[in-house]
Design a protein. Structure first.
Length: 157
């Protein structure tokens, strides 16, 4: 399942790499997202003020192992007086695999929101973001998870 999800993320990223997102100061960005779960992040512009972000992340410790892919539609708004800095909000969903110690595993499925800050360095191909991605989890357990805060560090192109 992990190979299938990685292939899906890569395919969508390639298909969307020709779009434009001039308000954010870059069209595409790829790099890491670090927080409660570490992973790979790819952003691509959909129009002047919106981007699609794909996040493939994982977590493994003594009590839980999971891999999930999250797709987020993000609406960008510039912050006046701070060139290169935008705030954004949006929503999307996650799917993946989830295994808890003592349990064989299950499919992970959730609806997500996103709220964050995005900064593109002027004259350098570097983008930073700090965001909060809460989840309304449907499987394997139903509930709200609000602890996903992450720092994105990406190369822009």
């Amino acid at each position: 399942m992990k190979k299938l999800l990685i292939t899906l993320v890569a395919s969508v990223a390639i298909l969307l790499s020709t779009t434009d997102a001039s308000a954010q100061g870059y069209n595409n960005a790829i790099g890491g997202r670090f927080g409660s779960a570490n992973g790979i992040s790819f952003k691509t512009g959909l129009n002047k003020s919106a981007m699609l972000e794909l996040i493939a992340n994982f977590r493994s410790n003594k009590s839980v192992d999971y891999f999930k892919v999250t797709a987020l539609y993000e609406v960008y708004n510039p912050i006046n007086g701070a060139a290169g800095l935008n705030w954004y909000y949006g929503g999307g969903g996650s799917i993946g695999s989830y295994k808890v110690k003592g349990f064989d595993g299950d499919v992970y499925f959730a609806a997500n929101g996103v709220l964050g800050l995005d900064y593109k360095f002027n004259g350098a191909p570097i983008n930073l973001s700090l965001d909060w991605v809460p989840a309304l989890e449907f499987t394997p357990n139903t509930g709200f998870y609000g602890g996903d805060v992450g720092l994105g560090v990406r190369f822009t192109f």
